[in-house]
Design a protein. Structure first.
Length: 433
């Protein structure tokens, strides 16, 4: 019962429920008043006809010879009442306080001329009789079986058609009202600063136009803001390369000493950080590379062979024979960053490729390293984030490798997710749609 009475979860369902319920109640109230008014009019007309017809029929029977009265009974019979030339059936005296309207109407029509006796006749079909005696003393009973005011057979059909029209109009109204909100929600869900989506249609009602203009402006401001930040990072990182190079030249001219080695190591770390900063800033433009169709098996074989030629423990398992449309340089950079990360922490990497659901392609980079704490799996994809036990530059890096991989994966229309393997180690999964 609680599930049946639960408030709908969607806005469209709630609006439809409110509109349809309100319309049905309003229409039902109007229909009830109209039906009641029609019932009162029909009853008044039927009672008026009853008075006139009973008075006329009794007058005819009273004036006919006794031998001819029986032949007239079928002619005078009606749907709810008939005449009997006898004293009637045994019954109980009918109290006029609780008497039907028909009994009062008959009394009004005949009470001034005849002495009336009202009897209630019980049985499968309860009815009542009004008994009297004609001028010659012959008994006459008016046998009345009350029936409700008849209703036209087409009225329920019309009511159902009207309710169906109400339901259809409610559905159309809700659909029209919800459509702009649905488009806005879809646009927000697909909002990507790296690949600006199409502009919302700025037409329709005033409120819809205002929301579309506001969203389009917001999308443009976000894109411009992020592009400005990336350009600033790229400019700073690029400009730092010149003074670092000069410092390295001066350090090379110094005599061999422990301080010289420390300075050289620090400059190497700075140069590496600057290169990673430039690479991250450029990764936001990963979608600027023209896409092309690539034989994925050959592409991965080439990448793995390059590592094996340099003595690294990298292997590929699985073939799917797919030809995908992607940006090969961006995809290569993503895989290189993930493989380098596996080699750094585990000394070996394994690639797996398979076909996922909805015709997507899945590439996994697996290692047997220490893995990443579950609560930090999402955080390590952020720029300059390194887990607590990897603060040293030689082991923890700059904190940009995974961020660049995530940025480039998004730019080529894929998703990058990290998870810990059951047997230990990390699984970096790329799903290309």
């Amino acid at each position: 019962m609680n599930n049946l009475l639960r408030w709908p979860r969607t806005l469209a369902s709630r609006l439809a429920l409110i509109f349809f319920t309100g319309l049905v109640l309003a229409y039902g109230l109007s229909f009830s008043f109209q039906f009641y008014e029609r019932y009162q009019s029909s009853r008044s007309m039927m009672l008026g006809n009853l008075e006139q017809d009973v008075a006329t029929s009794v007058a005819i029977l009273d004036r006919l010879p006794a031998a001819e009265r029986t032949a007239w009974l079928p002619r005078l019979e009606r749907r709810t009442y008939r005449y009997r030339l006898d004293a009637g059936e045994p019954g109980q005296r009918l109290s006029m306080d609780d008497a039907p309207m028909a009994a009062l109407s008959i009394g009004k029509a005949l009470g001034g001329q005849y002495v009336l006796d009202y009897q209630n006749i019980p049985g499968p079909k309860p009815h009542f009789q009004v008994r009297l005696r004609l001028a010659d003393g012959a008994p006459l009973s008016v046998d009345v079986t009350p029936a409700p005011v008849p209703m036209s057979s087409w009225l329920p059909v019309v009511l159902l058609i009207q309710l169906a029209l109400l339901l259809l109009c409610t559905w159309l109204a809700v659909k029209i009202a919800i459509r702009p909100l649905t488009r806005l929600a879809e646009a927000v869900d697909q909002l990507d600063p790296n690949a600006p989506g199409p502009q919302l249609d700025e037409s329709g009602p005033r409120e819809v136009v205002y929301a579309a203009v506001a969203f389009n402006s917001l999308q443009a401001r976000i894109g411009a803001y992020l592009k400005e930040r990336m350009q600033l990072l790229a400019a700073i990182s690029h400009d730092l390369q010149t003074p670092i190079t000069r410092m390295k030249l001066r350090v090379e001219a110094m005599d061999n000493s422990i301080d010289r080695d420390k300075l050289w190591s620090a400059l190497e770390a700075m140069e590496h950080l600057v290169r990673e900063g430039v690479a991250y800033a450029r990764s936001i433009d990963g979608n600027s590379e023209a896409p092309c169709r690539v034989n994925l098996d050959a592409f991965l074989d080439s990448l793995v062979f390059d590592y094996q030629d340099s003595g690294q423990q990298v292997e590929l398992q699985g073939k799917n024979g797919a030809r995908i449309e992607t940006r090969p340089q961006a995809l290569r950079r993503v895989l290189v960053n993930l493989i380098d990360n596996a080699l750094k922490f585990a000394g070996a990497a394994q690639l797996e490729v398979q076909t996922g659901t909805s015709h997507s392609t899945i590439i996994r980079v697996l290692d047997q390293g220490p893995g990443i704490p579950a609560e930090e799996l999402d955080a390590v994809l952020q720029p300059f984030y390194r887990i607590e036990n990897s603060r040293n530059r030689s082991t923890g890096g700059t904190g940009l490798g995974l961020a660049i991989a995530a940025q480039l994966t998004q730019a080529i229309g894929g998703t990058l997710t990290l998870s810990n393997r059951d047997g230990g180690g990390l699984c970096a999964q790329i799903e290309l749609h």
